[in-house]
Design a protein around this ligand. Structure first.
Ligand SMILES: Cc1cc2nc3c(=O)[nH]c(=O)nc-3n(C[C@H](O)[C@H](O)[C@H](O)COP(=O)(O)OP(=O)(O)OC[C@H]3O[C@@H](n4cnc5c(N)ncnc54)[C@H](O)[C@@H]3O)c2cc1C
Length: 501
């Protein structure tokens, strides 16, 4: 990106941004704590060149582990994967896991969270306007799963994640839209406001707000980090196009171009998240278009998400792999099981959890081995060859990640640098025992697998829908939550006994 382009980009972010998060970003980073917009370019540079190597100060989450605590943590016995966690974080994780593992505590908690997440609550019941409510939800829940409400908070957490040994952070801007297949209701984060830009063209204010928020997310990332995009966060004009299976408007496509170029400049990657099925056809179309345009190098800039709980995912992936090979672009494959079971059409989803597991693990195995039998004969003599690809497993399932890591090690031993690159990610505040077990699974050269933590930033109000989904997910994964709870309890016990000694 040329200096001139960057200057235009900066001034456009400043001129059109009307979101309070963006305002707090400016305020948080400005040396004089002024809201005056002419301070922003300096701020932008400060964020962009954020130094990940400096020490950090203490506070109360993973997210907020001090360098001193961290040092003690690493030097402490690493007999359990969780021994690296600060005690304050460990205790909050134990509290959250205890609540989510007990139906009689979780059900009322979910009802309260669902009530609070409805828009337009009176001030007393609004987490963004009632400071006491804000404090309680933020300390108990938000800090467990989210990065921060402004740039200062976000960057502190990101720095600490890097210090834990994670490759990077996958950062998401919280705004999104969900569609409930049963009630046919769309939860939209705003109305279709129009505003006039400098050239006198009508612009959708929702897209503009999303663009500015997402660009700020990009500027908070650096080498090794990724930006996960929830495209429905751009509001009704975009979701209408997606619901019709179409690409979004030119305004949105221009915004995506800016975001991809800024990410390339910052050496961060872009992940297109998979969302409600109602919107997914349009989202997938957009993702493929972006991969074709930006994945010109061996390592993809844009990564597309495939939901393995859907019966048709293997076929869709086979099509994209063939298209990538035929058109000469590299494909970034992020595999998830799928997070929209409670709202998506059930008949499209595998009948049982075991079927979803088989589908997920089978796709992982075939991709890592480049076995084309299940992908319409890809790579077989006379057929389309395999494209350049990298695989990214976003899952908390310990069996899946450990088996995939083992297979990857085997493939590296057999194929060396030609083996399919593999990365892992878990959500911030969840499955820490899986993340740290992976980081401990080093090879003979002492290299750990590439693991990232995925986190969301945004105001507490904006993050409530995300927090609600995390809570529902914990309810639906009772056995995994129990494993996590057991690991947390074991670590707390270990510390209590070593303290007494
Ligand atoms: C870093 C990260 C990024 C993510 N990004 C996305 C994303 O972009 N889009 C998205 O949709 N999800 C996303 N998810 C969530 C993911 O899809 C899963 O909901 C979540 O991770 C739980 O699945 P699991 O593989 O971790 O664990 P498991 O506990 O092994 O699997 C639980 C999952 O199995 C499936 N399942 C459960 N019961 C049944 C059943 N009866 N029949 C069929 N299937 C069943 C569901 O998908 C459920 O979520 C992400 C997760 C992570 C960790």
């Amino acid at each position: 990106m040329s200096n001139a382009t960057r200057e235009i980009l900066r001034s456009r972010v400043v001129k059109t941004s009307c979101h309070h998060n963006i305002a707090s970003f400016y305020v948080a980073r400005s040396p004089v704590r002024s809201k005056r917009l002419n301070h922003v370019p300096r701020v932008w540079m400060a964020a962009k060149h954020f130094d990940h190597s400096k020490n950090i100060s203490t506070s109360s989450s993973i997210s907020s582990l001090s360098s001193q605590e961290l040092q003690t943590g690493t030097e402490r016995s690493t007999s359990t994967p969780l021994s690296i966690l600060p005690t304050s974080y460990l205790l909050r994780s134990l509290f959250v896991s205890s609540v989510t593992s007990k139906p009689y505590l979780l059900s009322p908690s979910l009802s309260i969270l669902s009530f609070l997440s409805q828009p337009h609550r009176i001030a007393l019941l609004s987490t963004d306007r009632n400071p006491v409510l804000h404090w309680i939800v933020k300390r108990l829940l938000y800090d467990q799963f989210c990065t921060g409400e402004n740039a200062a908070e976000v960057q502190k957490v990101m720095k600490e994640m890097h210090k834990f040994g994670f490759l990077g952070v996958i950062l998401t801007y919280a705004k999104e839209t969900t569609f409930d297949h049963k009630s046919k209701k769309t939860e939209v984060p705003g109305s279709v406001l129009q505003q006039v830009d400098d050239a006198g063209k009508l612009q959708c204010a929702e897209i503009e707000t999303w663009r500015a928020g997402t660009l700020q997310t990009v500027y908070m990332c650096s080498d090794g980090d990724k930006i996960a995009l929830k495209l429905t966060g751009a509001g009704p004009t975009v979701t209408e196009a997606f619901a019709a299976g179409q690409l979004p408007s030119k305004q949105m496509l221009d915004a995506l171009d800016e975001i991809c170029e800024a990410a390339r400049e910052n050496k961060a990657q872009i992940i297109i998240d998979a969302e409600s099925q109602h919107f997914q056809k349009g989202i997938a179309k957009t993702a493929v278009m972006l991969m074709k345009k930006y994945n010109t190098q061996k390592a993809p800039l844009v990564i597309q998400t495939y939901q393995c709980y859907l019966k048709r995912t293997r076929d869709g992936l086979a099509k994209d792999l063939a298209k990538a090979a035929q058109e000469g672009w590299s494909i970034g494959v992020k595999l998830v099981r799928g997070a929209y079971m409670s709202t998506d059409e059930r008949s499209r989803i595998h009948d049982t959890k075991e079927d979803t597991d088989k589908a997920y693990d089978g796709i992982v195995r075939d991709l890592l081995r480049r076995d084309g039998d299940g992908f319409k004969g890809l790579g077989k003599p006379g057929n389309t060859p395999w494209p350049e690809m990298s695989v990214f497993l976003a899952t908390h399932n310990k069996n899946t990640v450990m088996a995939a890591h083992k297979l990857n090690q085997q493939m590296v031993a057999e194929e060396g640098a030609k083996a399919v690159p593999l990365e892992f990610a878990q959500l911030h505040g969840m499955a820490d025992s899986v993340s740290f077990s992976l980081l401990n699974a080093k090879n003979a050269q002492g290299e750990a697998p590439k693991v990232s933590k995925c986190s969301t930033w945004g105001s507490l109000g904006e993050c409530l829908a995300y927090l609600l989904r995390r809570a529902v997910e914990n309810r639906e994964a009772a056995s995994r939550t129990q494993d996590e709870l057991d690991a947390l309890r074991a670590e707390v016990k270990r510390r209590m006994f070593s303290f007494g000694r």
